[in-house]
Design a protein around this ligand. Sequence first.
Ligand code: 3H9
Length: 706
Amino acid sequence: MSCQTALPIVDSALHGNILVLTLNNPPVNALGVEIRRGLLAAIDGAGDNPAVEAILLVGAGRHFCGGADIREFGKTPQAPTLPEVVQRIEDSSKPVLATIQGVALGGGLEVALAAHYRLATGSARLGLPEVLLGLLPGAGGTQRLPRLIGARAALELMLSGRHLSAEEALGLGLVDRLGDSDDALAEGLAYMRQLLAQGATVRRTRDAQALNEHTAQRQAIDAARQQATQKSRGLLSPLHIIQAVEAALDQSFEDGLREERRLFLECLDSPQRAGLVHAFFAEREVLKAPETRAAAPRAIARVGVVGGGTMGAGIAVTALDAGLEVTMIERDQDALNRGRGNLEKVYDSLIDKGRLTQADKAATLARFSASTDYQDLAHADLVIEAVFEDMAAKLAVFAELDRVCKAGAVLASNTSYLDINAIADSVSRPADVIGLHFFSPANIMKLLEIVVPSKVASDVVATAFELAKKLRKVPVRAGVCDGFIGNRILAVYRQAADHMMEDGASPYQIDQVLRDFGFPMGPFQVTDLAGGDIGWATRQRKAATRDPRARYVQIADRLCERGWFGQKTGRGYYLYPEGPRSARQDPEVLAIIDTERARAGIAPRSFSNPEILRRYMAAMINEGANVVHEGIALRPLDVDITLIHGYGFPRYRGGPLKYADQYGLPQVLADIREFAEEDPLFWKASPLLVQLVERGENFDSLNHSH
Ligand code: 3H9
């Protein structure tokens, strides 16, 4: 968008005595420097022009305005600032009406708040989502919105970042009127003419009175602060938003604006803002794969799911929720009943929580069918195999799919480790075969790895991306290797955690360090949640091919041999006397670890928290670099999005490779070389990391090359 310099970026046209200013900066009319200059000049010009009696602000295209130009954050600021422009709009001596169609977000809504009147059409969505970027509304939003709709509603909007519909905005008094049609210009002109006819004059939001009821406002602020302190886990911007709203209550408008600016700049400078903005753009960049540019997707309406276990049922729910028709296949009636039960359980729990009605469930299930006969997949446009993670089982399913599916059907495997090239080569139509790696629970987790085997057709890859969009998943393109992007990296940093545990750190200390870093859970808690038996089976499968020189920590095997598989067995690394929420440290586990250390001849040492983090992150970053180096991930940002959406990496840190850039690649490399002195086999610096350090570059320099 920064290359959009074609002028005029603010169109100006006189309709009788009303000057229409159209923000014209596709695709979302973001308020970059050119548009700020244009707007300021146009507002000033309108003030001096006797032919102008009123001003109407509209957006060109679908949207009013998507806010400040996010690409400018972190660069040298250019005048005029958005707060200046917004102030000039409010100060206009001629009435200003903002007509909102599509989004009015962030700075876009702040522009509208500075206008004297607001109209929303049916398509309007209004919000202040700055918090999601680690920011606060910095163009007067924290001062004007509470004055207009009160502290409670304003805080709710700013702290959640959610979008309001036109009706909700009207209900809150955020807009004055709803348009009958979606023609923003016609609706705006009609309303403005009516206002002029009624003798309406300027009406400044800064003078609105909703904060006057002081005690209630103070209570709302206190409650928000209490909640945010508990919930926001180290995030800066929520608490800054609350502080800014408090300034709106306690200080003059001008002083409040100054406080808002100070707090905004603090957020702008924070690494959290950099991490969140990186995540915002990375989420959009992952959608752009070479194949999505090269080919159009195939049509998908009917989906088959083979396997009704937790994974298959979760995938079926996701597809049903996206409005698709779903047929589930299982090998016999009992398995099918269980599969249907797994699926219904998801909907029933939503009903229990009051988030779904029985009628909704019935309507959704009307698009669901279940069968033991593969022939019922004959009309499916896409089939996702989600059976047990075993090559022979998968090949048997694909042989059936090859036999029954129509020409052009996409045949997908939900494998998380197995070689999809081998699966593709087993059928007569390898160009139709692709990997779709969902994460458990599949109806909740956002990540979808799209695993691209060597013979797949481009339009099949494009179809997978289109499917992800329908399912509201975040797709990441991955090449074929053991574990693809996510599980391959996980295997390495998980080993680093095991090494530290055997060398002297307790699993509880390691988990705590990672929680403090921002993960919702530490690695040992995750094992307990997922079930220790899964990793155990994988380790047994790979035992024969393991490098005999490589370090192998046996502690997990000792727990599994006792049947301690984690939450589902009531104990794993933790004890769960009363279910998942009752996790407790287990002295017996610590004793087993001690015994294992002795058996391995290790004299335990203590680890500081920063050292634990340094080792864990170095392992994650190094394998992330390998994955990029080998072309398994297209760019570093694909690794970042995988870890954020599939593995709980804190979004505000932008993903492991963004974190590495902030930490400094020379330091990461120095860490790895230091650790390699003890274990050179495990700690081998990635060639990509070495190259980047030699060239004085960072991971982000590779994010723009595709
Ligand atoms: C702010 O306003 C701060 C102020 O309070 C204070 C300042 C002092 N800037 O999402 P899409 C790009 S903070 C630059 O695919 P959709 C986006 O990257 C801002 N670029 O479309 C993409 O580019 P590309 C507060 C932006 O229809 C293209 O536009 N505002 C911006 O699904 C299409 O985007 C927000 O946080 C932007 N502001 O959704 C709103 N917005 O084609 C952030 C979008 O190269 N934006 N782009 O990949 C959104 O939530 C969605 O983009 C929106 C459209 C709902 C607007």
